[in-house]
Design a protein around this ligand. Sequence first.
Ligand SMILES: [Cu+2]
Length: 159
Amino acid sequence: MKKTIILLAAIAVAIDLAIVAVLVFDLQPPLRGAVNLTPNIELTIYGGEITVDGQVRYAYGFSPDTMTAPGPTLNFTQGDIVGITFVNVGQVVHTLTIVPFVDPNNPEVLDNYDTGLVEGGDSATIVVQFNQVGNLNYQCAVPGHASLGMWGNITVTEQ
Ligand SMILES: [Cu+2]
């Protein structure tokens, strides 16, 4: 009986601490991805292969004609819900994947922040809410593609 009371008290304290942590430290995920969020920004990013100084590079851009390796920096405001449509205008399969940092071979791929594999000529849309001020990246999750330039910075600034 005494053990049960101690256990219940411990659980109550743990719940209180969790509530305090959320209230005081504003612990919220840096990103929230879900199809049922309604975007306040719609963005189309094109990706594919380009040639720079005779070298094949993999690139992103705001239009098929302005793709660069690395791709353009995406600037958002905290709380923005962004619908990102990735259009693969290249020949080989690519992704657009939001990551904490660029890793060409083993990126941290989370379902809601990843278009999955997009064939040349196809497109895919992800919806992401940027909840935390700071820096993130986007990249192609196909191994080696980020090394060829298929990545970019994301900045999230205060409201
Ligand atoms: Cu790629």
